[in-house]
Design a protein around this ligand. Structure first.
Ligand code: ADP
Ligand code: MG
Length: 252
């Protein structure tokens, strides 16, 4: 059996008295495209943020190849800096609100991490960044500032920025939720293209039709954990649990 790329075991996270989830077990294999769906507040963002170590879970274990992040009260201290750096270099995240640096040009946004984290020379980083911008169809916007871009273009820049770091897993947190409906398609098109290239991704989305089309596995979060999981046909076409059925009825 091949080693999973990412393994979550018994993962749990609370914010003071509010237990968001517990007992999350999830194995991500190379090439998996996992869509995470669930009602607002079910913990989708928190789960992605735990995987990217933007939040520290209080229960369970995150294993990413040779990186192992033990959580829980017995390990109440912060993660080791070296593990955090290693993890963040291997995981790329795309946020709902793009999170571009407004004072930097498009190519500056995409090359920044290559210079500061990877230690690349500026010309080398710029050349690589232009290549990633070409991939998302925005090479001609390299010298523009984010404020001059549409929401869909901003999100494509954010995707190029994540890709520039050559992550092993891409995390998308509702990448089209902040967009005008007419701009959703261009961003979903880029994500679909990445899926077709065999990239490993976890995608939080309310676009159920897109999830059905692009994912090989669905994770439905409800009731403080993974309530139902399986293939798109199993979960989206023949849901077993009543909360899954209810959620899908509300998201037709
Ligand atoms: P989703 O992304 O599914 O809408 P979230 O992961 O954002 O859900 O939130 C899950 C729960 O955790 C919600 O009850 C939310 O209020 C709470 N929560 C999320 N982030 C924080 C935080 N930084 N501090 C306190 N509570 C939080
Ligand atoms: Mg969220």
């Amino acid at each position: 059996m091949t080693q999973p790329l990412l393994k979550l075991s018994g993962l749990g996270k609370s914010f003071s008295e509010n237990r968001v989830f517990s007992g999350i077990d999830l194995q991500v294999e190379a090439g998996d495209r996992i869509a995470i769906i669930g009602a607002s507040g079910s913990g989708k963002s928190t789960l992605l943020r735990c995987i990217n170590a933007l939040e520290k879970p209080d229960q369970g274990l995150i294993e990413f190849g040779n990186i192992s992040l033990a959580t829980g009260q017995a390990n109440g201290q912060a993660y080791k800096e070296k593990d955090l750096c290693a993890l963040r270099q291997r995981v790329g995240m795309v946020f709902q609100q793009f999170n571009l640096f407004p004072h930097m040009t498009v190519v500056g946004n995409v090359s920044e991490g290559l210079v500061t984290v990877r230690g690349m020379s500026k010309p080398e980083a710029k050349a690589l960044a232009i290549g990633e911008l070409r991939r998302v169809g925005l090479e001609d916007k390299a010298d523009a500032y984010p404020s001059h871009l549409s929401g869909g273009q901003k999100q494509r820049v954010a995707i190029a920025r994540a890709l520039a770091m050559s992550p092993e897993i891409l995390l998308f947190d509702e990448p089209t939720s902040a967009l005008d409906p007419n701009l959703v398609g261009e961003v979903l098109g880029v994500i679909e293209q990445l899926a077709n290239e065999g990239r490993t991704m976890l995608l939080v989305t309310h676009e159920i039709g897109f999830a059905y089309h692009v994912a090989n596995r669905i994770v439905f979060l409800a009731d403080g954990g993974i309530y139902e999981t399986g293939t798109p046909d199993e979960v989206l076409k023949n849901p077993k649990g009543h909360l899954t059925q209810q959620f899908l009825a509300d998201h037709q």
